[in-house]
Design a protein around this ligand. Structure first.
Ligand code: SF4
Length: 108
């Protein structure tokens, strides 16, 4: 996520990048690991088995990341919808968003 591919795109979307990004365990990883080989267009051309293996490897990097919680919170609250962030894939984050929206709000 803190890769060369993601940062310019994010900067264009949200402006200044948050400081925690420089501590991400992915900072020296290949961006393709988190976004697939076709950044900017998601991983639509990627075969399922390759995507599953790639996402598993990306999640392994996230599992040891010191800023994982900040990363996930960021991904859930910004227009960034592609790639693995905070240890979750884009599909998993969409599921989480939907579940959050369905949660009843406590009555006061
Ligand atoms: S949680 Fe994953 S995507 Fe986020 S900064 Fe850490 S290694 Fe990168």
């Amino acid at each position: 996520m803190t890769t060369m591919t993601a940062q310019p795109r994010l900067a264009a979307l949200i402006g200044e990048l948050p400081p925690w990004m420089s501590y991400g365990a992915c900072r020296d990883e290949d961006p393709d690991l988190f976004f697939g080989a076709d950044p900017g267009f998601g991983c639509y051309g990627e075969r399922k088995a390759a995507r599953v293996a790639r996402e598993k490897a990306a999640k392994a990097v996230c599992a040891a990341c010191p800023v994982r919680e900040s990363c996930l919170e960021f991904a859930m609250t910004t227009p960034e919808h592609d790639g693995v962030w905070g240890g979750l894939t884009d599909k998993e984050r969409r599921r989480m968003r939907r579940a959050t929206l369905r949660k009843p709000t406590p009555s006061t």
